[in-house]
Design a protein. Structure first.
Length: 446
């Protein structure tokens, strides 16, 4: 596959190479450059022969960027968008979301995941770290969508049938760990507040035995931190350290109320953090997490969280919120700068252990996005970096390539009927909304 006549954007530097080309060989970028390229002037000098049947994409000057990485999501929550608005975190969980989720079927998770995957792909997200239930059905949805994913079966350490649910999560992890090279698997202990220390230690042993990472929530609210100190004598992050969860490769969703000491522990452990600013803003919770985390040297990526707390799976919007929250929380307009936030759109790839992810260069995975710039919001184009962070809209995303294959063309998935997915999700949310008198699946108190 040859992409030519593109404006190649380096998100880490904010620079643009015009009249660029990118040659993809299989699932990998083989060569990148600028200027004329074609059969008559020898692709061979850039690496590899130019084949007669080569697929050619004329970008017509569109921006070419690496695929975006959503480092923390509950993709199957897409049909729950709009079901819990203008409420406290306690009511969000206990009176809305955990009641809805209690009534989700495995097939609901399939269709919800497919809706979320469509939304992410058509907004330029090529890879996601997903944490939810019935993940065998989510696996099928991600396979069908063509998206890259790391999936974790959520498991609670309190409530009914905890041991059986742990065994189910172990069985899922063992079965799907090597089932598809594009989809990897993690263990998903929900959080220190819903997984007692001994339960977490069991999961650590199983993760070590199978050879997978862990993906958990931690220190989402100030109340969680205070309760952990009162009950355990230490912060939630310190609990993760003591139980062995805090280690290289572990993915921590939020850590939004991590203390300075917690941040040092996270950095020294090699764990990575998914920052989900829109969720915090929706709950009226403002801290200077991002500037502190970047100054501490944490490995960070951006997460959308679920659509019930964010309303969108767009990582461009998440990045914009991250920048604005950093400025507002510190009262300093120099925080949340273009140079500090734009790289977070793709840094989740390396956080997930994907070599060279998030770059348009030889040897990197061929996960790529073409962005139309001939729209009002992307003009006059004085600062491409600022346009990508603050001005871009989802309809600017034209073509999305994952693993060297086109999955989105002209803003539509190439093989999935959008209307069918929309209809299925409307049906399922109408059905589960009828069970509003049920008790929640767990109790949130923080």
């Amino acid at each position: 596959m040859l992409i030519r006549n593109a404006s190649i954007v380096d998100l880490s530097q904010g620079t643009v190479t015009d009249d660029g080309f990118c040659y993809v060989d299989g699932s990998t970028i083989a060569s990148v450059g600028s200027g004329s390229i074609g059969k008559s002037h020898g692709h061979g000098r850039h690496g590899g022969a130019f084949r007669d049947n080569e697929e050619i994409i004329d970008a017509d000057g569109a921006y070419l960027i690496p695929g975006l990485v959503n480092l923390h999501a509950h993709t199957a929550m897409a049909p729950l968008r709009g079901t819990a608005e203008d409420v406290t975190p306690e009511d969000w969980f206990n009176r809305h979301v955990w009641i809805f989720e209690k009534n989700l079927t495995p097939q609901d998770v399939y269709w919800g995941t497919l809706l979320g995957a469509l939304e992410m792909l058509t907004s330029g997200v090529t890879c996601v770290a997903d944490h939810y239930f019935h993940m065998d059905h989510a696996f099928r949805a991600f396979q069908r969508s063509g998206m890259r994913a790391n999936i974790a079966q959520a498991v609670f350490g309190v409530g009914d049938d905890t041991e059986q649910k742990l065994q189910d999560a172990i069985a899922f992890t063992e079965e799907y760990h090597h089932a598809d090279p594009r989809i990897t698997v993690s263990f998903g202990p929900h959080s220190p507040y819903l997984c007692p220390p001994e339960f977490l230690r069991k999961i650590v042993k199983e993760a070590e035995r199978i050879g997978v990472r862990m993906h958990t929530h931690v220190s989402e609210t100030a109340k969680q931190v205070a309760q952990s100190i009162a009950h355990n004598g230490k912060t939630p992050v310190a609990v993760l350290k003591d139980t062995g969860v805090l280690r290289g490769g572990s993915l921590l969703a939020h850590a939004y109320h991590a203390t300075d000491e917690d941040m040092t522990l996270i950095r020294e452990s090699g764990a990575v953090v998914a920052h989900c600013p829109t969720t915090y803003m929706r709950f009226g919770d403002m801290t200077d997490f991002l500037p502190r985390a970047q100054k501490t040297g944490l490995v960070l990526g951006l997460g959308s969280d679920g659509a019930a707390s964010n309303s969108t799976m767009s990582l461009f919007r998440t990045a914009r919120d991250a920048a604005l929250l950093a400025k507002l929380a510190t009262g300093n307009p120099e925080e949340g700068s273009l140079g500090s936030v734009l790289p977070l759109l793709t840094s989740g790839g390396r956080a997930l252990g994907l070599p060279n992810y998030g770059e348009v260069r030889p040897g990197a995975p061929a996960d790529l996005v073409l962005i139309r710039k001939n729209t009002p919001a992307m003009n006059p184009g004085y600062s491409v970096a600022a346009d990508l962070l603050y001005a871009i809209q989802e309809h600017n995303v034209d073509t999305v390539i994952v693993d060297g294959k086109i999955v989105v063309k002209h803003g539509r998935h190439v093989s999935i009927d959008h209307k069918t997915v929309y209809d299925k999700n409307r049906e399922l949310v109408e059905r589960i909304a009828q069970h509003t008198s049920d008790s929640p699946m767990q109790v949130f108190n923080g």
